[in-house]
Each structure stands twice: as C-alpha cells, then as structure tokens.
Design a protein around this ligand. Structure first.
Ligand SMILES: NC(=O)c1ccc[n+]([C@@H]2O[C@H](COP(=O)([O-])OP(=O)(O)OC[C@H]3O[C@@H](n4cnc5c(N)ncnc54)[C@H](O)[C@@H]3O)[C@@H](O)[C@H]2O)c1
Length: 375
C-alpha cells in the first residue's frame, strides 16, 4: 500500500497531535506509506473547517459518521472524549477501517471489552491505542538493557505518575469529574500510562491491593456564586502490585500533585543494578550497575541518541532530545507497519484491555478494601 487515507475525529490537544504526526511521518521514516489527510470532524462545522485548513485536511464535517462512510479513508483517529470511544471505535471497525484511538479505551471495562470483541471480529484491520510514552527511545533502551540482563534478575518496580492540572481546590467542577461522562479520574487519565510502562518492562500485573480517593470532594460551579458540586472520580490512586513473574511493585498516581507537570517516573530494581527514568527529563536514562571499585560506583546518565532506534529518524545529533509530539510520530509509524503486515509493537485493543483491567481493578480493590486477582 503506497498511500493511506486518514480521517480524524476531534481537533483538541490529541487531535492536533495526531494531525502533526500525519504530516510528519513520511518525512521522518521514509519507508512508510504517503498519508492522504482526507477528512476531519469536530462538533462545530465552522471550527472543523478552520482546523481542516490548519491541519491540512481536504474536507471538514460535523458528523463523525461521514468520516466512517468515506471509502477514501482507511485509518480513523479517535481523539474525542472517553465517553465516545466505544461507539466510534466499534462503528469504525464495522465500517472496515483501521482504528487509532486515544487512551483510556472507554468509560467502563464492559465498553473496553466490547471494543476488543469488535477488533477480534474485524477482518485484518489494525487497532492501536495512544500509549505514546512507550515509544520513548530511552524507555525502549531500558527494556533492552533489562532483557540483556544488565541489572540482573529484576524483582521490584516503583512507578509514579503525578500532574497538577486539578491541584488547585478552587478549580471549577466539570463533567470530567463525573463517573457518567468521564468514568475513572486519575486512573483513566494518568495511571493507565504508568501501567503501560510497568507491563512493558516487567510483564503483566497479576494482582493488586489499591486505595483510590477523592481528596477535593466538592468544587465550585462556574458562574453560580457559592454553589458547589460533588467530585465523583478519584484524585489519587495508589497500589501495591504483584507481577505474573513473581516480582512486586508500587504504583502511585495523582492529578492534584502541585508542581508535577508530567511526573511519570519509573524505577526497576535488579540483583546487579537499577535503572530509572523521569518523563520530565525524557531523554535521560539513568543506570546503576554494581560493579567496579566501590569508590567509583554511581549512576550513569545516558542521553538519547541515534544509537537508540527511532531517535535517529527524528534527529541525527545525540543529546539534542525528542519531545512528546515526536513520540506520536513514532507511534504512528508502528501503526503503519502493522497495516502493511510488518512486525509492529503498537498497543492493540487486546493489549489495551489488559491495561483497562488493571485500572478498574484499582477501583474495585479500593471499594472492597481487599486484594484483587486479575483474570
Ligand atoms: N496519549 C496521551 O498522552 C493523551 C493526552 C491527553 C489526552 N488523551 C486522551 O485523548 C482524548 C481527547 O483528549 P483531549 O485532551 O484531546 O481533549 P480535548 O477536549 O482537547 O479535545 C477533544 C475534541 O473532541 C471533540 N469532540 C467532542 N465530541 C465530538 C464529537 N461527537 N464528534 C467529533 N468531535 C468531538 C471536541 O470538540 C474537541 O475538539 C481523551 O480520550 C484523553 O484521555 C491522551
């Protein structure tokens, strides 16, 4: 396939990010199909038209089903809010399209299961979820080092994901804080990313015991002086976990962590050493190997470079650094390889369901105040 037609649903934060990836992927990777930006959709026609012109799409619509019906489109990007993912993804698969959907998969585990079932029924179509942090060359090098035994037998994972977008208690209430429209809180926004990294480096989580809390229980309603509304989904979620390998770990997450902007941090401890990575410095992998004279031991800071695959496609100069939007270009290249029938490491719906099971198990464990086994 020399050319692939794409359709984009949603033109906000992630919609723009997907659009930039569509514009860049051929120039960056070369050996992928040309992308034809056929149509995009947003709820308001004039806004959709403006974004189509800015993002380089041939036409705009306010009806996402128009995008699905277009035979010139092979791949649909779904970047609308979580509550629409199930309906849009299942319909896109039924229309014969490949689907690139943002995370989390859906509001409920049942919805994520329905999406996975639709993907299983599809005929050769590729599905992919937006777990972009997995595409960080530094993270993939950490995985390689673990696989090569650089830190010995791996027995412990520490991970946290903290942001401060809801840290101010006076920020107004919105639909994002309701179970019906947003589903889980921090768990759906942030913890799922942390779980994707834990699974990538350690294998699957098999059981967990969690605590998920609302801390700022009421927030002011915008424009209605003195009126407060209830926050229904988690601000903070922590768990101790067991991996299928027998290793253990601690995962913590918060959307009310003042000062943290993209505080996704992981540590992997092994019998010969340890490595850690902090997404706020995403081009630096830190490695400690317990060898050599004790006086000379310490962490090595490894800067991402063309020696770490995919980095060199974006930048020939070591240490100059990649950013979040470039990870999306790498993510898209993986998806295009999958569509071409080549080996690809994208997170498809079946793998994504494994992540959803964990975040919903956090909520279940917290409610029951008990350990939960993952089926
Ligand atoms: N992978 C990541 O790191 C990451 C980061 C942020 C958000 N996300 C996910 O991306 C998704 C979107 O988040 P966002 O931050 O881009 O939100 P956003 O609010 O910035 O954008 C959502 C867009 O969807 C549009 N929309 C809503 N209903 C629609 C409909 N019926 N038809 C067409 N368009 C519709 C909105 O008008 C808006 O343009 C969410 O699922 C979120 O969890 C992922």
């Amino acid at each position: 396939m020399d050319r692939i037609g794409v359709g984009l649903v949603g033109t906000g934060f992630m919609g723009k990010c997907h659009a930039m990836a569509f514009g860049a992927v051929k120039a960056v990777f070369g050996d992928v199909p040309h992308i034809d930006r056929v149509a995009l959709c947003d709820v308001d026609t004039s806004h959709a038209k403006l974004k189509a012109s800015e993002f380089g799409f041939a036409r705009a619509t306010a009806n996402w089903r128009d995008v699905l019906a277009d035979p010139a489109i092979h791949l649909i990007s779904i970047t609308s809010p979580n509550g629409m993912h199930r309906e849009m993804a299942v319909a896109a698969l039924e229309a014969g399209k490949h689907v690139w959907c943002e995370k989390p998969m859906a509001l409920t585990l049942a919805d994520a299961e329905a999406m996975t079932a639709a993907a299983a029924k599809a005929k050769g179509q590729v599905t992919a979820l937006g777990y972009a942090y997995l595409r960080n060359p530094a993270l993939q090098y950490a995985k390689q080092l673990i696989g090569e035994g650089a830190i010995g037998e791996v027995f412990d994972f520490r991970g946290s994901v903290d942001e401060d977008y809801m840290a101010d208690p006076s920020l107004p209430w919105s639909w994002r804080l309701t179970r019906r429209d947003a589903g889980l809180g921090t768990l759906g926004d942030l913890t799922c990313h942390l779980v994707s990294l834990a699974h990538e480096l350690m294998g699957e989580i098999s059981s967990l015991c969690a605590m998920a809390d609302v801390v700022h229980g009421k927030r002011p309603v915008a424009g209605e002086s003195g009126k407060l509304a209830r926050v229904e989904n988690d601000d903070i979620a922590h768990a101790v976990v067991r991996f299928r390998s027998g290793a253990r770990g601690v995962l913590s997450s918060s959307r009310i962590a003042h000062g943290r902007k993209n505080g996704l941090r992981i540590e992997v401890h092994g019998s010969k050493g340890m490595l850690w990575l902090d997404n706020e410095r995403m081009n630096e992998l830190n490695l400690y190997v317990a060898e050599g004279p004790a006086a000379a031991r310490g962490f090595r800071r490894i800067l991402s470079s063309p020696a770490h695959p995919a980095y060199g496609k974006l930048c020939p100069a070591p240490g100059h650094g990649l950013g979040f939007n470039e990870l999306k270009v790498i993510e898209l290249a993986e998806i295009l390889r999958g569509i071409q029938g080549e080996p690809s490491n994208q997170i498809d719906f079946a793998r994504g369901l494994g992540i959803e099971k964990i975040i919903h198990a956090f909520a279940q464990s917290s409610m029951a105040r008990a350990w939960v086994d993952i089926a």
